[in-house]
Design a protein around this ligand. Structure first.
Ligand SMILES: [Fe+2]
Length: 250
């Protein structure tokens, strides 16, 4: 029987892959980043199939209307009768194109664990408490300046079964919808100075250090609301040299 993988095994693999891809020009994480074990099984192994008629594909895809999105959807602390537990935060930023122009009217969706690091999901059964007042999903549309804003709870770190003692740094999953379902982009936002960064194969599947930094929000004191919440700023750049790295297989 092969011994269980330790953090040191994973650290070694990450270091080797970072060295191998040092300075490489890329704008996407690798689809099969070996230290992130399930990516080996999950990533597409066949070439993509071009759809002859993309408009027909859109007709069967999910749709949403501007009137479907309400202000309540962007406040994850007000979706239940009571207040969720944890550190209340506001997360704001802009969705920008490669030239820094605002991307307006974009559906931005988030999902996240609660303050204890637990998702409200049947596959998450690790022994941390659920919060009856927190679902962990939200959405909003960007305004004319490309701005989005959410009020939520700072998510906790959580364990996963990639290797022995594997922990994900606190993060919020983001989706930017585009103008059609086939354009959807998915990524993750992290919190500054998280001690778990070096150990996480998911974050480190982004092999470029500067690109990893672009996934980390900045604490911004002026965004903190007195007596209410701590403020974080995180901009999403859709392409170009400053692009936010997105997950493949979208
Ligand atoms: Fe997650």
């Amino acid at each position: 029987m092969t011994p269980p993988l330790t953090q040191s095994d994973i650290d070694r693999e990450i270091a080797e892959l970072h060295k191998a891809h040092d300075g490489e020009e890329a704008d996407q994480p690798r689809r099969d980043f070996a230290p992130y074990r399930s990516s080996a099984l999950r990533h597409p192994k066949q070439p993509l199939i071009a759809v002859d008629d993309p408009e027909a594909a859109e007709l069967t895809g999910p749709v949403f209307g501007v009137t479907d999105v309400t202000a309540l959807d962007a406040d994850l602390t007000k979706q239940h009768l009571g207040e969720p537990l944890g550190e209340r935060i506001t997360v704001q930023g802009r969705v920008l194109d490669r030239s820094g122009r605002p991307v307006r009217g974009q559906l931005v969706e988030i999902w996240q664990a609660n303050a204890s690091g637990r998702y409200l999901h049947q596959r998450d059964d690790h022994p941390a408490p659920l919060d009856p007042n927190f679902t962990g999903v939200g959405r909003c549309l960007t305004d004319d300046e490309g701005r989005y804003a959410f009020t939520t709870i700072k998510p906790g770190a959580y364990p996963w079964r990639n290797h022995v003692n594997a922990w994900r740094p606190a993060h919020i999953h983001f989706s930017v919808f585009g103008t059609a379902f086939t354009q959807r982009l998915v990524t993750q936002m992290y919190f500054p100075n998280d001690p778990l960064f070096p150990y996480d194969p998911v974050l480190n599947s982004v092999t470029d250090e500067r690109a990893r930094q672009r996934l980390v929000a900045a604490y911004e004191h002026d965004l903190s609301v007195p007596e209410w919440s701590l403020g974080y700023r995180w901009d999403i750049v859709l392409d170009g040299p400053s692009a936010t790295w997105m997950e493949e297989g979208r």
